[in-house]
Design a protein around this ligand. Structure first.
Ligand SMILES: *Cc1c(COP(=O)(O)O)cnc(C)c1O
Length: 460
């Protein structure tokens, strides 16, 4: 079945020129980058799908807000506008802006856990895992089993495995598990949504064992749209009502505003009603980020974020946004290319293990496909698999990820249907010569978050 492209609910007022290098130039550039997508120059990329983080196009209202931003060091109007917007949308009393999602993690997690303690999540995003580990604690993932099978079309593959969660709490000890984190949507599982029911059940377990419950809220709006589409009882609720209910079950949230809040930089910490914890957060924000009423951001950033929060939960926008993913996924279905299905909210996670069955996990099939996409059409993507997961912090051994994806993350309001067709055509061309593609090995790596900086070479 052909899936119709949902027309953009906007028109284009400003453009940015992009160009495709020749194949010879692309092969040279990726070799010079030591086969690390993060080492490529932006100008050498034709379609940049490395991430949907901070790569969004702001609206005319947001740009007008940039001009209105209040740059007062303390107590600027843009700060109060942002706090009011976030209180309105999430229903939390305490809101702290920070410069991005990992800053929220850094400020908050050091207050909640340390050596010999644990954080359990439906899946820790890589920076989230890093900040749990930097605090001295260990990060344990607990996603439902169907997430690991890209062919199973379940509506909420991002969910927490509730039975396993309770087992893990009892295994490690309720007094040692300091935080349960629900990542919505579940980025590392392929932008897969989490249901309201699952969030409610997780919250009940946290209450039972007296464990704090945090939402990692980067893609909370896309998650709410999926709930409206898929969860019985929510079809007639507004996106805003769904968000209110979801957040009512948690104690706090960390948020990268570079995703669903459609800005280029920003983050938030939200605390429902724990004034003491908020006070401690303010202290750490001042040390790490800057004074509490700007939190590492300019006044103009606070202003455009206050506006972006509302634009990101607009249902017409979300229909178009998720529609782009569904259109691309429809083209891959027709070509028999496997991906994490049903398609997630912020990109298509192509199953590189299925595309390259001859490449083992420790030769990084997801990274191999990312390199091929650049060579094929100047498209920049990234690995979400064993290469990103890295080594066991205790033994130093390469971890074996449940899946080997190449993520085509789609920036918000940036690319058109023609660009999406180029992505599909490139994947189809690579599939035709899949058995000639080789794996990669690491020649240098840093100890933590290695995929941003590591050097690789093709396996001979
Ligand atoms: C992006 C992201 C983060 C980290 O946010 P940054 O703004 O990149 O620091 C944390 N969790 C999830 C789920 C994310 O997608």
């Amino acid at each position: 079945m052909d899936i119709r492209y949902v027309p953009e609910p906007f028109r284009i007022k400003m453009v940015e020129t992009i160009k495709m290098l020749s194949r010879e130039e692309r092969e040279m550039k990726i070799a010079e980058a030591k086969y690390n997508m993060f080492s490529l120059k932006g100008e050498d990329v034709y379609i940049d799908l490395l991430t949907d983080s901070g790569t969004n196009a702001m609206s005319q209202e947001q740009w007008a807000g940039v001009m209105r931003g209040d740059e007062a060091y303390a107590g600027g109007t843009s700060y109060f506008k942002l706090v009011e917007a976030a209180q309105d949308i999430f229903g939390y009393e305490y809101i702290q802006p920070v410069h991005q999602g990992r800053a929220a993690e850094k400020v908050l997690f050091g207050l909640l856990m340390g050596e010999g303690q644990y954080s359990i999540s439906n899946m820790h995003f890589d920076t989230t895992r890093a900040h749990v580990e930097l605090s001295g604690a260990r990060a344990i993932d607990c996603v439902v089993a169907e997430a690991a099978d890209p062919t199973v079309r379940a509506p909420f593959k991002g969910n927490m495995d509730i039975v396993k969660l309770e087992e893990l709490i009892n295994k490690y000890g309720p007094d040692k598990v300091k935080l349960v984190i629900m990542t919505i949507t579940n980025n590392s599982a392929g932008g897969q949504p989490v249901s309201v029911q699952n969030i409610r059940e997780t919250s009940e377990i946290c209450k039972k064992y007296n464990i704090k419950f945090c939402i990692d809220a980067a893609r909370y709006a896309e998650n709410a749209y999926f709930i409206k589409q898929r969860e019985p009882g929510y079809e007639n609720k507004s996106i805003k009502e769904i968000i209110k209910e979801v957040f009512s079950y948690a104690d706090m949230f960390t948020m990268s505003a570079k995703k669903d809040s459609i800005v280029n930089m920003g983050g938030l910490i939200g605390i429902k009603n724990d004034g003491k914890l908020f006070q401690l957060c303010k202290g750490r924000t001042i040390s790490f980020e800057g004074f509490t009423t700007y939190g590492g951001l300019s006044g103009r950033d606070l202003e455009s974020l206050a506006i972006g929060l509302y634009e990101g939960i607009d249902e017409n926008y979300l229909r178009y946004r998720i529609g782009q993913m569904e259109y691309l996924a429809g083209r891959l279905d027709k070509a028999g290319i496997a991906y994490q299905s049903p398609v997630g909210g912020h990109g298509v996670f192509v199953d590189a293990k299925a595309m390259f069955p001859h490449i083992p996990y420790n030769e990084f099939p997801g990274q191999a496909l990312a390199i091929e996409l650049y060579k094929e059409a100047g498209i920049r993507t990234c690995d979400i698999g064993s290469y990103m997961l890295g080594n066991d912090p205790d033994t130093g051994e390469q971890l074996h990820a449940d899946f080997e994806f190449t993520r085509l993350a789609i920036p918000r309001r940036v690319y058109t249907q023609a660009h999406i067709d180029i992505m599909a055509d490139a994947l189809i061309a690579i599939k035709e010569r899949a058995n000639t593609v080789k794996g990669y090995r690491i020649t240098w790596e840093p100890p933590i978050l290695r995929h941003f900086q590591a050097s690789l070479e093709p396996v001979k």
